[in-house]
Unconditional design. Structure first.
Ligand code: HEM
Length: 144
């Protein structure tokens, strides 16, 4: 059991670091989309690329590996639980969001602003909705 709790502890740690990027990167997109001078644009390109490659990718991978590992260890107990499959559905949405951020980073790298500042402000709020829903599902476990 102790081993399982270590998996869960680090699962939560990497979920937190993944969300640190999911919250900060779209905020950079908001400022980047309105940047007018070359120096600022080049600085945002470096910040976005580093945040995505150094923080978000490894965090997402480790959170998912540890989550699936726990799921396999507790398959008997959880495989028929609606809350877990709803949580995994939300995680699939998050992975899609994560990869759409990469598409935006690549466009900005070509100095293409593919969305408006207003779009990026709304886009920035979406991960927090998923976080609230996923944590309620895994902690409160409605529809046991
Ligand atoms: C494919 C992705 C994921 C899988 C398969 C997964 C699976 C799991 C499993 C099996 C547990 C242990 C439940 C227990 O025995 O108490 C767990 C715990 C947890 N997961 Fe995930 N997880 C995933 C992604 C995430 C994400 C993205 C979040 C955040 C939004 C998250 C938040 C949590 C939290 C907060 C706990 C601790 C719950 C508690 O101690 O009561 N997980 N996860």
């Amino acid at each position: 059991m102790t081993g399982y709790l270590w998996l869960k502890a680090f699962h939560i740690v990497f979920v937190v670091t993944w969300f640190a990027g999911l919250f900060y990167l779209p905020r950079l997109f908001v400022y980047h989309s309105t940047a007018t001078d070359e120096i600022s644009r080049e600085r945002f390109k470096v910040m976005e690329s580093k945040l995505f490659r150094v923080i978000m990718n490894p965090s997402m991978l480790l959170a998912l590996i540890l989550g699936v590992w726990m799921l396999l260890l507790s398959w008997q107990a959880y495989s028929d639980k609606l809350w877990l499959w709803l949580k995994i559905f939300l995680v699939v949405l998050l992975i899609g969001y994560h990869h759409y951020c990469l598409r935006i980073i690549k466009a900005f790298a070509q100095d293409q602003v593919i969305h408006s500042e207003k779009f990026f402000r709304i886009f920035n709020e979406l991960p927090s909705l998923v976080l609230v829903a996923a944590v309620i599902l895994v902690v409160v476990r409605p529809w046991q």
